[in-house]
Design a protein around this ligand. Structure first.
Ligand code: 3PG
Length: 213
């Protein structure tokens, strides 16, 4: 798979729904009910961050749930890529991008949504074939106003803004011509996961999946 093909695959995944849940999951027992709750609410693409000891097992468990596409987030190293792929991740997400990480994803045939927060970072990724990128950290890096400013000089590049995005500001991003979806943790709050309130999470996912694009 060339980077262009990988990026097309990433774009397909991004276009499945307006929001990709960003998940930080501690307990393996929560993996499948959480995935089912989000998918039932209309959010099939799920990003599990590699930030908890159980993350790889959680990816493996979620990958068995019908109707979902599970990816690994917070990919930083080639070892992360190998682990994510072995766990069954179908895509990867990274907060930024390095040549070493991009090489690893390309060698492993893992479609990547690489992070970029500046015009130069976006251009470097585009040169390599990545036309869909994660704008991170979205709110802190300048928010929707900043991202809108990139659309005129860089119309070929589309984004999934992530970091500080919520139901309240998602529309500011989703209404931009260079945004394919947004990423956010608000659809799976820690308190609801800990309480096992799967209906509550489905309700949040439903509201997110109905956001206009
Ligand atoms: C992350 O990688 O933590 C994402 O950017 C999620 O950010 P959020 O918690 O602000 O949605």
């Amino acid at each position: 798979m060339t980077p262009q093909q990988a990026s097309q695959k990433a774009e397909y995944i991004c276009r499945l729904a307006p929001v990709i849940p960003v998940l930080v999951v501690e307990n393996i027992a929560d993996a499948q009910p959480l995935a089912r709750a989000l998918i039932a609410g209309g959010l099939p693409a799920l990003e599990v961050t590699l930030r908890t000891p159980a993350a790889l097992e959680i990816i493996a468990a979620m990958a068995e749930v019908e109707g979902g596409i599970v990816g690994a987030g917070t990919l930083l190293t080639p070892q992360d890529v190998t682990n994510a792929k072995a766990a069954g991740a179908q895509f990867g997400v990274s907060p930024g991008a390095t040549d070493i990480l991009l090489d690893a994803c390309e060698a492993a045939d893992l479609p990547l949504l690489p992070g970029a927060a500046s015009a130069s970072e976006a251009m470097a990724l585009y040169e390599r074939g990545y036309h869909v990128q994660k704008f991170f950290p979205a709110e802190a890096a300048g928010g929707s106003k900043y991202l809108k400013s990139l659309a005129s000089p860089l119309p070929q590049i589309n984004y999934c803004p992530t970091g500080g995005v919520s139901l309240a500001n998602a529309n500011d991003y989703l209404s931009l011509p260079n945004v394919v979806c947004v990423g956010g943790s608000w659809v799976a709050p820690k308190a609801l996961v800990q309480a096992g309130d799967w209906d509550g999470i489905t309700a949040l996912a439903k509201a997110a999946s109905q956001l206009p694009r």
